[in-house]
Design a protein around this ligand. Sequence first.
Ligand code: NAD
Length: 357
Amino acid sequence: MDQSVFEQMHLPGHEQVLFAQDPQTGLKAVIAIHSSVLGPALGGTRMWNYASDQDGITDALRLSRGMTYKNAISGLNLGGGKAVIIGDASKLKTEALMRSYGKFVNNLNGKYITAEDVNTNARDMEYIGMETRFVTGKSDFLGGSGDPSPFTAYGVYMGMKAAAKKAWGNDSLTGKKVLVQGAGNVGQYIVGYLVGDGAKVLICDINEERLKQAVNKFPGIEVVDGNTIFDLEADIYAPCALGATLNTESITKLKCPVVAGCANNQLADENVHGPMLMKKGIIYVPDFLINAGGVINISVELDGYNKERSLSMVEKIYGRTQEIFELSERENVHAQLAAMRIAEKRIADVGRLRTRI
Ligand code: NAD
């Protein structure tokens, strides 16, 4: 990467990046605040053994921008931020490291609020919370919101139903064949909704244990070979494992008229594969909206957690999905771009009312 950090921040419009280190605990962290226009920047802290510091910076910049869009389209009064701790979590993660990191978060005086992400958990949030109040996603027994997965799944169910209405004129999933890729935390909760509605679930995972778990819970579901899922005929494809599963090869094969799932960054290249889905007439629910249930849930914790309030906020994903489809049709743009335009408009309209920090 030849660009300086400032050059990398310039085009996406990042406001601030904090580099933090504490040699005593081994902490090396990057906190990226993309936007605080709608409110404090909320986004999780990822711990990853990046090949280089530059890779960590690039990831923090990319992910924080994504959070701006996710929080904006979800109607939250929160901006976008994300942090990375550079290092091997299995070797480096200690109470002292997490608390040291918490002190740096605290120094930002609430401009950035952190939460769990890859390789950080509710226990880590407790440690961070010993040094700062600007942390969310704590365990439920500490008054926090607990596991976000069921809320993410509920949001996916809402987005899927809105997509079904667009595709088939009513939002019932009864009798629909749904291909779920990934029987993980969120995937299994989604299967629960689908089975409850009388949908026919086809499922795959590379982890046999997860598959067994899912089949034990929902005996009627059918396990399929993950290598051939794009050859299968189904009504809905629900990517619930990795990102970038919507690429030129998979979309060329894809036989499902609807795509709605929880995975992050589903489009390998949004400028290529968003239009490609549209051209093929496939209804796609943008990932950063449909999987926002988890972030909506942790945002509720900031004002004192209430499960019913959280669920009613997550439910709005249904209506927002419909708004995206309407704009997509009106402006003849693919769904991901329509969703980005809605988020950008909200940031511009509502942001104008706020004093920029
Ligand atoms: P998870 O790790 O519990 O589940 C992912 C599952 O996918 C695992 O069982 C894994 O074995 C499986 N998998 C990996 N590669 C696969 C492949 N090639 N084919 C089939 N299965 C494969 O994670 P999760 O919390 O359920 O999250 C799933 C996705 O949703 C991730 O992309 C995550 O970033 C995204 N997401 C999760 C949340 C949340 O609340 N947990 C919120 C927003 C987005």
